[in-house]
Write a protein that binds this ligand. Structure first.
Ligand code: MN
Length: 261
């Protein structure tokens, strides 16, 4: 069997130290293709460029800069730069945590999720922005090895979100669920040189915020690396309340209706 093909991306940009470290780590496991944004695209979530052309430049052997979003990079990487479907998509190592509600804003997680949507197992890797990349590597290595060992093309693809604190305890992460990330939200109103108003949004995270037991916030606050399996289907756990309130057709009635062209 050929070595696994691993597509590596991020949202901090193709020249960020984190992606260099992650691509090097991926090289321990397989053939590596890097497809990453030409500039920092942090916080762009799952956005895709449908109204702009994309330019693609090879910046290092096997590494391409794409003038688009992290999701664009996975799209172009998987369908054009890779000579076959990737076995694994890695995104990171992001400069800063992606915990709790961050997964809805994060380009790092968005890129990994795009890999999962395209049928690949995918891992997003992030760390405390004050930490060194070296502390992340044992944890990422352990998770990547397990993902490749457990790879099952007949099973639905998995998406894992790894966050590593400063000086993490041990060499394997604790498996958690998403917690609640708390920021000191702020809208900073300013004036430009012509006196016109403009705004900066986005305050810093509340570093003292603790999390519910078993969550990613809780684990990282205690110095443990956190691994959260994420699901694509975000349907609410129970539909009954809305079925009762809306009182719409039942499934038998929907099933019996002719297919619409
Ligand atoms: Mn980032």
């Amino acid at each position: 069997m050929s070595r696994p093909l691993i597509l590596v991306t991020n949202d901090d940009g193709v020249h960020a130290p984190g992606i260099m470290a992650l691509a090097k780590l991926a090289g321990e496991f397989g053939e590596v293709v890097v497809s990453a944004p030409s500039q920092d695209r942090s916080g762009v979530s799952h956005s895709i460029s449908l109204h702009d052309a994309l330019r693609v430049f090879e910046v290092r052997p096997g590494a391409w800069a794409v003038t688009g979003t992290p999701v664009d990079c996975v799209y172009v990487g998987a369908l054009h730069l890779c000579d076959r479907a990737p076995d694994l998509v890695l995104s990171g190592i992001n400069h800063g945590y992606n915990l709790g509600s961050d997964v809805y804003y994060s380009g790092t997680v968005g890129a990994a999720r795009e890999g999962q949507l395209r049928g690949c197992d995918a891992l997003a890797v992030s760390h405390d922005r004050d930490a060194s990349l070296d502390g992340v590597l044992p944890h990422a290595r352990k998770v990547i090895a397990e993902m490749l060992a457990a790879a099952d093309s007949a099973a639905p693809p998995v998406l894992l979100n790894l966050n590593v604190p400063r000086e993490p305890v041990g060499e394997a992460p604790v498996v958690t669920r998403l917690g609640q990330r708390i920021y000191r939200d702020k809208v900073d109103a300013r004036r430009d040189l012509q006196g016109r108003p403009y705004f900066w949004i986005g305050g810093p995270p509340d570093a003292a915020a603790d999390g519910q037991e078993g969550t990613d916030v809780w684990a990282t606050r205690r110095g443990f690396a956190s691994l959260t399996p994420l699901a694509l289907d975000c349907t609410a756990p129970s539909l009954d309340r809305w079925r009762t309130r809306i009182a719409g057709p039942d499934f038998d009635e929907v099933q019996a209706a002719p297919l619409q062209s």
